[in-house]
Write a protein that binds this ligand. Structure first.
Ligand SMILES: *[C@@H]1O[C@H](CO)[C@@H](O)[C@H](O)[C@H]1NC(C)=O
Ligand SMILES: *[C@@H]1O[C@H](CO)[C@@H](O)[C@H](O)[C@H]1NC(C)=O
Ligand SMILES: *[C@@H]1O[C@H](CO)[C@@H](O)[C@H](O)[C@H]1NC(C)=O
Ligand SMILES: *[C@@H]1O[C@H](CO)[C@@H](O)[C@H](O)[C@H]1NC(C)=O
Ligand SMILES: *[C@@H]1O[C@H](CO)[C@@H](O)[C@H](O)[C@H]1NC(C)=O
Ligand SMILES: *[C@@H]1O[C@H](CO)[C@@H](O)[C@H](O)[C@H]1NC(C)=O
Length: 263
């Protein structure tokens, strides 16, 4: 029986993360470049090396190219739990999307699905700066079915621990995850990450803003996310099944193990 529970949790976790997937680009309105301009060529050049450079540098990479008004700054950040292969393919795909969606903007950012990676570029240096705008947020429409008072107590201490853990990371990685039991049948899973060029206090501040935003937008929901240039909070997810459904699924799993795993 314990292995059944475990498989089912992995499955539920996976499914719940799937629900909160987001894929957002923001093309800034701070200026455009013209086709064939030096700025445009520099942008394309710097982005073309980014996927291989970030994946061979442990998931975080910044670069600059060009001079004066043609100077381009770029950053790529992969989620702390990515392998170098998933990091490469996420950044590669994201750059493609970013160029398509923001063809001639001097500044843009993309949080790719999950988000598994963040890619941004600009005509100004943003390395080491705390930037909380623009942001993107969303949530799972389903409500938490457990006692909210109990949920809030678990939630507050969980958020505090994960924010602190993430901000105490190194200049190469500021990332933390934690999973706690909400009830015997439900877990809360939280993940947070800052760009590691942020100071500890800026990382802490960015994530706390996201947590408090989440509390106003999405309190009582089964999952959600808040994404900012300086920090990502793909949020929490809670397996959405109640006890009865879980039992049912455990029975199905018992008779047809592949049913749940490959759905
Ligand atoms: C940049 O170009 C977009 C269309 O691609 C346009 O909507 C936007 O207003 C332009 N921004 C500036 C600052 O010129
Ligand atoms: C990135 O990698 C390329 C080769 O893949 C290398 O030529 C380049 O110097 C690296 N750095 C930057 C800033 O592009
Ligand atoms: C990078 O992405 C582009 C466009 O999505 C794709 O055509 C190309 O094959 C990818 N490169 C690698 C090495 O995966
Ligand atoms: C969640 O709860 C809110 C307020 O209690 C309600 O308006 C909404 O319909 C519920 N959503 C779902 C999916 O049950
Ligand atoms: C929810 O939990 C709190 C604290 O454990 C308890 O005081 C309250 O009665 C519970 N509410 C319901 C509806 O069960
Ligand atoms: C969490 O719940 C599982 C059963 O669902 C249990 O095996 C585990 O020991 C619990 N962990 C903690 C820290 O209470």
């Amino acid at each position: 029986m314990p292995w059944l529970l475990q498989i089912s949790f992995v499955f539920l976790l996976h499914l719940s993360i799937g629900i909160t997937l987001s894929n957002g680009q923001r093309c800034y309105d701070t200026g455009n470049f013209t086709t064939n301009s030096v700025y445009g060529k520099n942008r394309d050049l710097i982005l073309s090396n980014l996927a291989s450079n970030v994946s061979t540098n442990g998931g975080f990479y910044t670069a600059t190219i060009g001079q004066d008004t043609d100077e381009v700054y770029a950053l790529a950040l992969c989620r702390g739990d990515s392998s170098s292969e998933t990091c490469f393919s996420c950044v590669n795909t994201t750059i493609h999307d970013l160029i398509t969606k923001c063809p001639n903007q001097k500044e843009a950012i993309s949080w790719a699905a999950g988000p598994r990676c963040t890619v941004r570029y600009a005509d100004r240096s943003f390395i080491g700066l705390l930037e909380t705008d623009p942001s993107d947020a969303g949530y799972n429409v389903n409500n938490i079915t457990t006692n909210l008072t109990q949920f809030d107590q678990t939630w507050e201490s969980l958020m505090d621990r994960v924010v602190t853990k993430a901000s105490m990371g190194s200049f190469k990685l500021k990332f933390a995850t934690e999973e706690v039991n909400l009830t015997f049948f439900q877990k809360i899973y939280a993940l947070m990450q800052c760009t590691p060029d942020l100071s500890r206090s800026n990382c802490d501040s960015c994530l706390r803003q996201s947590v408090s935003y989440f509390e106003t937008c999405c309190h009582g929901k089964q999952g959600g996310y808040v994404l900012r240039p300086s920090c990502i909070f793909p949020g929490i997810c809670i397996p959405f099944m109640n006890q009865l459904k879980l039992h049912l699924h455990l029975r199905l799993l018992h008779y047809h193990p592949e049913f749940l795993l490959h759905r």
